[in-house]
Design a protein around this ligand. Sequence first.
Ligand SMILES: [Zn+2]
Length: 324
Amino acid sequence: MIKRVVFVSALLFTLSSTQGMWGFFAHQSINRLAVFTLPIEMVGFYKHHIRYITENSVNPDKRRYAVEGEAPRHYLDADVYGDSSIYTLPRYWGEAVEKYTVDTLNTYGIVPWHIYSVKQWLTEAMQVQDVPAILRLSADLGHYIADANVPLHTTENYNGQLTNQYGIHGFWESRLPELFSEDFNYFVGKSTYIGNTQFKAWHALAQAHEALDSVLLFEKELTAEFGADKKFSFETRGTRTIKVYSKGFAKAYHQRLNGMVERQMRKAIKMTGDYWYTCWVDSGQPDLQRLINYEFSEEEILQRKKELEEWKQQKYSGREHETR
Ligand SMILES: [Zn+2]
């Protein structure tokens, strides 16, 4: 019996964390929907490759263990630097390194600085019209932007592990979108040019961080109201029975958050489109239409398959429990 309980809860956390990281579903939706914000000069190329942009939205999570230095690109533990540090941390990488060292920054996450690096790389890829790089970096950029809009990516208490709320990460960013996103309004308008892409990333992160108190508090309040037996339920997926946050608990939480998950998803969609557009403008507005018929080589497809296999291996090795 004890064994079974352990087994079931391990599965709960497996699901919450591997489907987590905004979940496959949310990351894919954000990248896909960002395509439709683009201006006429860009939308043809991105639509033509929409499947790639969508499927590869989760690449950065897949390579977290295979690529050294990947893990800290997805978050920033703002609270370890002290109160209000989200507003005062150096916005520019060079200044941050001078103040804290690369090691410290990598320990507590670098997402806002990394968004800017990818923005620069994508601009360069557009300048030289390197199609595989344009697609790969566009997909990556959408991923990091989406992560920066998740309140739990801005704290060292990223999975509620410090406040006895373990599992809240996947609950917020996977379970809620999966249950309720059908009713979300994804119309975010046309992409617009960003004057300062460094400040913009920090602005998004600060807004996400401001929502963190509610994310944790409401879950705590509802846990007290529901009790453990109503908080969780069991669902069958394929041949497996898994423990999940119950639909009743999820609905109550979603209502108390008052549209927060939808708001953050909308911000991520708009921001992704804005960054792609800004890269294109900054690169001198290359003719993407001319690049539209690029086909991936056998080698590139094989490489992607290999990465996927490696990631699946890691997924079942148990290491994903530490992800966010
Ligand atoms: Zn991520």
